[in-house]
Each structure stands twice: as C-alpha cells, then as structure tokens.
Design a binder for this molecule. Structure first.
Ligand code: NAD
Ligand code: IPM
Ligand code: MN
Length: 360
C-alpha cells in the first residue's frame, strides 16, 4: 500500500471552497483503490491568520511542511492584507524555499464548446513556466520614498543555473513526449535578461537535435495563443511571462475555473505543490459559485506526480464527461450548480472511470 502525506493549505476566499471538493476526490480515490492511502494535515495559514497573528504562516512553517509528499493549496490573498505581503510570505515563499522551479500549466481544451475562439476544435499544449527567479526574484529597491526624486527598481534575475535548468527540463519533456518546443522571450527590448535566455535556449538546444524548436517574442506569442494556438505543443518561458500567458491560456480553454498548475521540485528534495491557477476571487467568495474543477485538475497533476497516471487520466476523463453532459456546471460555464454540487457529481462520475474497476 502506498501512503502519501498531503499538506492542505486552503487559504483565502474561494480557496477553502474548492480545496474541499478536491479533497473529496482524493478520498474517493482512496476508497476505490486498495493500493493507495492519503493522510491530510490542514494548515490554517492565509490572510485571516495574518490578521490574527501578524504573519501569514507559522515561523517554522516551512520546516513543518518539509515532511509532506505534496502540498495542496487553494488560493492566497484577500482585501485587508496587501497582496505583496500575503503572496510573498506564503505562496511565493513556499515556491522558493522548496525550490519548486518548474511550474507546469496545461492549456488543454476539454470540450470544444468551451473556447470563445471561432472554429477552434483542439487546443492542447503545456506551458512550462520558470518558477523560482526571473522577474519574481524580489530584487530591487525603493529610493527617496515620497520625495520628488523617488525611484523604484525591480530587477529581473536570470542566473545561468536557473535559466539552464528550466530550459533543460522543457527539452527533456519535449523529447519524452516527442513534441515541439517553443521558447517565449523578449530579447528585442530586454537587452540583458532575454538575450541571455535566448542564448541559453540555443545552447541547450544543441544537445537535443531531435527536438524541433521555435522562438517567439512574447507579444507575438500572445497573438498566436489566440489566433493560432495549434502552433504550440510545449512552451517554456520566464516567470512573469508564464504567469500572464497562462491566464490567457485559461481564457481560450474555458476560463480560470478550469486552469490548474503544479509547482514541481523535480529532484524531489522538497515537497511539490498543486493548486488551481486562479486566485481567491473575492467577488464570488462564500457564495458557492466557485468552479472547483481547476482545483480538481490539480489533483490529477498530483496523481501523475505520485506515479498514479491512471488516476490522473481518470480525473481528466471525468472532467470531460461532466463538461459534455452540461447538466451540472457552475455559473462561469453557463450553469447554475453550486461548488458542492459539482464536487458531488464529479465523484459520482469518477466511480465509473476507476482504473480499479467499478465499485458501486
Ligand atoms: P482571481 O483569479 O481570484 O479572479 C479573477 C476572475 O476570475 C474573477 O472574476 C473571479 O470571480 C473569476 N474566478 C477565479 N476563479 C474562479 C473559479 N474557480 N470559478 C469561477 N470563477 C473564478 O484573480 P484576482 O481577482 O486578480 O485576484 C484576487 C486575489 O487572489 C488577489 O489577492 C490576488 O493576488 C490573489 N491571487 C492568488 C493566486 C494564488 O493564490 N495562486 C493566484 C492569482 C491571484
Ligand atoms: C499565479 C499567481 C501568482 C503568480 C501570484 C498570486 C503571486 O498569479 O500562480 O499565477 O504570479 O505566480
Ligand atoms: Mn497568475
């Protein structure tokens, strides 16, 4: 029996609402699969915790999380706590401390009716986003605050180690999946960081002559995301570009209610973290309106990470069935079902997709 220890950080806003549905999926998997067991430990960290304790997580929070195999996170950030504090002291801290330098975000159209694009039937690519440095290095300064000569600096940090390892990871993935690899950068304007990025992409690429590559400027790539998404199979890009492009990717495949991401430490020295890519959605929080499918998709990514790919696929197949029935959908997808109703329907459908056989 394989036992996996999962840390739950439901977080803020709709985070707890969607994580609770994802946990039900994990519990159903455990029930259906005699070879798998999960333990869950929930951490109350987030903005409410900050307002009560003056910090986003326990002082030894990172130490506490180290013993887990995976972290399942909802969303962080809420009005009342500045975003740069809440996000830096919890979500970004975990990504950085655990060296989760690979952010995997599938852009996959599960049902052709979900895209707002005309004539688009198939969209299926993977964005591999650098997740540890770049524009998110947190390097900079704020000089002469409040004075007329005020200056702020936000420095992008692209180390050779950091740039090379993400690009190499993407080449390995492209080779394994026999797919093309597209690098997205911006060397025409960012005359140090992105010139360097492009050079490293060429350099590493020479070791992978079997992988067909393209390189686009991020502005043109945004255009192609919308007009010709079929150009992309595997994409590698920097932290900020990856952040922005994957919300765009979500937009063309059904919206943020369906978009998932995995923050991976490939060496498995530290836990990896699985989360929907959306935020805490204060505009719909507490109303049962949140679509839990993004959070459930990240459970599928977690299963893949655990080596349980059959369950990973079973979750995606269940999502497809639920989306094609169209009977039980949340308002973001044109339905009137609640978060919990989706969760319940999902679990009902998952039973019949179990790789362990049907158990009624
Ligand atoms: P958001 O992703 O929370 O919401 C953007 C829009 O998408 C909103 O209209 C929201 O209602 C909708 N939406 C998002 N998730 C949905 C779901 N599951 N079902 C249905 N609709 C959904 O982005 P925002 O409003 O820019 O940010 C809100 C807060 O979340 C901010 O504090 C931000 O910093 C934070 N944030 C956190 C994360 C994270 O924790 N991973 C990610 C993005 C933003
Ligand atoms: C995401 C989010 C985060 C990011 C924010 C909340 C710091 O937008 O995971 O996409 O920019 O990485
Ligand atoms: Mn984002």
């Amino acid at each position: 029996m394989k036992k996996w220890k999962i840390a739950l950080i439901p977080g803020d806003g709709i985070g707890p609402e969607v994580v609770s549905e994802g946990v039900k999926v994990l519990k159903m998997i455990e029930e259906l699969d005699p070879g798998l067991s999960f333990s869950f430990t929930e951490f109350p960290w987030g903005c409410e915790y900050y307002l009560n304790n003056g910090k986003m997580m326990d002082d030894d929070g990172i130490e506490q999380l180290k013993e887990f195999d995976a972290i399942y996170l909802g969303a962080v950030g809420y009005p009342g706590v500045p975003d740069h504090i809440s996000l830096w002291d919890l979500l970004l801290k975990i990504r950085k401390e655990f060296d989760q330098y690979v952010n995997i975000r599938p852009i996959k159209l599960l049902n052709s009716e979900l895209t707002p694009l005309k004539n688009e039937k198939e969209i299926d690519f993977l964005v591999i986003r650098e997740n540890s440095e770049g524009e998110y290095a947190g390097a900079g300064d704020w000089l002469f605050k409040g004075k007329p000569e005020e200056v702020v600096l936000q420095t992008g940090v692209f180390s050779r180690k950091g740039t090379e390892r993400i690009i190499r990871y993407a080449f390995e993935e492209a080779r394994k999946q026999k797919k093309t690899l597209t690098s997205i950068s911006k060397a025409n304007a960012l005359n140090y960081s992105m010139v360097f990025w492009d050079e490293v992409f060429d350099e590493v690429g020479r070791e992978y002559p079997d992988v067909k590559t393209s390189s686009y400027l991020v502005d043109a790539a945004s255009l192609y995301f919308v007009l010709q998404p079929e150009r992309f199979e595997i994409v590698v890009t920097s932290n900020l570009f990856g952040d922005i492009l994957t919300d765009l990717g979500a937009a063309i495949t059904g919206g943020l209610g369906l978009a998932a991401g995995a923050n991976i430490n490939p060496e498995r020295e530290f836990p990896s973290m699985f989360e929907p890519i959306h935020g805490s959605a204060p505009d719909i929080a507490g109303k049962g309106l949140a679509n839990p499918l993004a959070a459930i998709w990240s459970v599928s990514q977690m299963m893949d990470y655990f080596g349980e790919e059959e369950w990973g696929s079973a979750i995606l197949e269940t999502m497809k069935e639920l989306l094609s029935n169209k009977e039980v959908l949340t308002p973001d997808l044109g339905g009137s079902a609640t978060t919990e109703q989706i969760g319940r329907e999902f679990i009902r459908l998952l039973r019949s997709k179990s790789p362990c056989g049907i158990t009624e």
